[in-house]
Write a protein that binds this ligand. Structure first.
Ligand code: ADP
Ligand code: MG
Length: 281
């Protein structure tokens, strides 16, 4: 009995923010209600998905049209970018839920022609395999839009990349952001970590580390955020976040354990005055 009550209490605590926006019930509605551009729309339709998944229904409208979010009782009317913490099951299509709004945003900026050349978005993932898959999905959905995605690998100088989107593991991204001198020093000190991209070593990356931030960057996406904020990756992820102060942050995960929940919330709250938590698990 007691267990049941505790469970109920937990549910109440984690009650999702009521969706104060109309969900996207069919991908066809992208055309009318949340215009993403003709090419992007065609690329999504070309996948022949029966319809959006639950997380896509909920997250796509928020990210595509934050101005349509009504504040609800306790929140001000949304203005500007919205940051999100999203928990939804593995296999529920979270990649599309962050990839499509990102591509749409970058396309809009490109059409407006007002932004400088250079990476606007950084997507972090805990493994290079996952990072590679995200790049592939971005290229598939972004086909013909001119929006480019680059996988950050050893030897890639992120300061010279012209792509709008960078994707990589925290370790390799961190290393590529380090001032040249520091990078050389590190190689000598820690030769055994060479070749392993996602190797994490807290000692190697003290929190005060000085990074060359990417000045054009406005968006940070953490995929599998629970892993990126756990003990192994936390200091690296936070170093990257701190050196950029992005105005749009989104965290995507199947679960956010209570140990990282407050950190996850503070990341989205700090980045944008209007942020939302979307819990489907
Ligand atoms: P998650 O990141 O939530 O674990 P993924 O983004 O990796 O899930 O998607 C899992 C699979 O579901 C992928 O093969 C993807 O192409 C597919 N998928 C994405 N959206 C849909 C959809 N609306 N309907 C059917 N399959 C989808
Ligand atoms: Mg995923």
């Amino acid at each position: 009995k007691k267990g049941k009550k505790e469970e109920e209490e937990k549910k109440v605590q984690h009650k999702p923010v009521p969706l104060s926006i109309e969900p996207l019930v069919a991908f066809e509605d992208l055309k009318r209600k949340f215009p993403v551009g003709r090419r992007l729309f065609a690329n999504v339709m070309g996948r022949n998905f029966a319809g959006p998944t639950q997380v896509q229904m909920a997250a796509l409208p928020i990210l595509l049209a934050p101005e349509k979010l009504s504040g609800g009782e306790d929140l001000p009317k949304e203005e500007g970018p919205v940051s999100l913490l999203v928990c939804a099951p593995t296999g529920s299509g979270k990649t599309l839920a962050f990839a499509l709004p990102l591509l749409s945003q970058l396309l809009k900026e490109k059409k407006e022609g007002s932004v400088k050349v250079g990476p606007k978005a950084l997507i972090l993932a805990p493994t290079k395999e996952l990072a590679g898959q995200i790049v592939n999905e971005l290229r598939r959905f972004g086909l013909g839009t001119g929006i480019r995605a680059t996988l950050v690998k050893k030897g890639v100088d992120v300061r010279k990349v012209k792509s709008e989107i960078l994707v990589g593991t925290p370790g390799v991204v961190l290393r590529s952001l380090q001032p040249e001198g520091d990078k050389k020093k590190k190689k000598v000190v820690k030769p055994e970590t060479e070749g392993s991209d996602e190797e994490s070593d807290e000692e190697e990356t003290p929190e005060e580390i000085k990074l060359d931030g990417i000045p054009t960057l406005h968006t940070l996406i953490l995929d599998e955020a629970d892993v990126l904020l756990d003990d192994m990756f936390r200091s690296q992820t936070l170093s990257i976040w701190r050196s950029h102060t992005p105005t749009r942050v989104s965290l995507w995960s199947a679960t956010i354990p209570s140990s990282t929940e407050s950190l996850a919330k503070s990341l989205i709250l700090t980045s944008s005055p209007s942020s939302r938590i979307l819990r489907l698990t």
